[in-house]
Design a protein around this ligand. Structure first.
Ligand code: 5GP
Ligand code: ZN
Length: 132
């Protein structure tokens, strides 16, 4: 059983931010910033690339509510919403989850950088995405 399923079952304790029949939100143990929260479906599914849309959208719907509530009540100036899908993208727990990371300053201990890489043939990329 995965770590997050154990949290759902109460085998591992957590600080619960929100709970209903389908969704659980709890404080991330790492607290990258104050209030860093994980939102998951109680059902074990892996990530956006391997999940039914209904389950995914239920989680996203709650992420919307909680991100706004957390940012407001913790007086955050902004928020990062992060969903890592598969190891290559940084997923370490293979149970679908969103990070809600409230931001207080540009110097918070989180680094997200977009750097230049090889140039792409945009027409070709578009064709591939559209399946042409
Ligand atoms: P990922 O890297 O898969 O996107 O994020 C997994 C997150 O789960 C990490 O930020 C990590 O701190 C958090 N995490 C891992 N184990 C536990 C745990 O037992 N309890 C809590 N609350 N968070 C956990
Ligand atoms: Zn699980």
């Amino acid at each position: 059983m995965c770590i997050f399923c154990k949290i759902v079952n109460g085998e591992i304790p957590s600080y619960k931010v929100y709970e209903d029949d389908d969704i659980l939100a709890f404080l991330d143990i790492s607290q990258v910033t104050k209030g860093h929260t994980i939102v998951i479906p109680k059902k074990h599914v892996t990530n956006i690339l391997d999940t039914d849309k209904e389950t995914y959208l239920k989680v996203v719907d709650k992420v919307y509510d909680l991100a706004n509530k957390i940012a407001k009540n913790l007086n955050a100036s902004g928020v990062n919403i992060l969903h890592n899908a598969n190891e290559v993208a940084g997923q370490s727990v293979n149970h679908l989850h969103f990070h809600i990371i409230p931001r207080y300053s540009k110097d918070d201990s989180i680094k997200i950088s977009f750097e230049d890489s090889e140039k792409q043939d945009m027409d070709q990329v578009l064709k591939q995405i559209k399946g042409e």
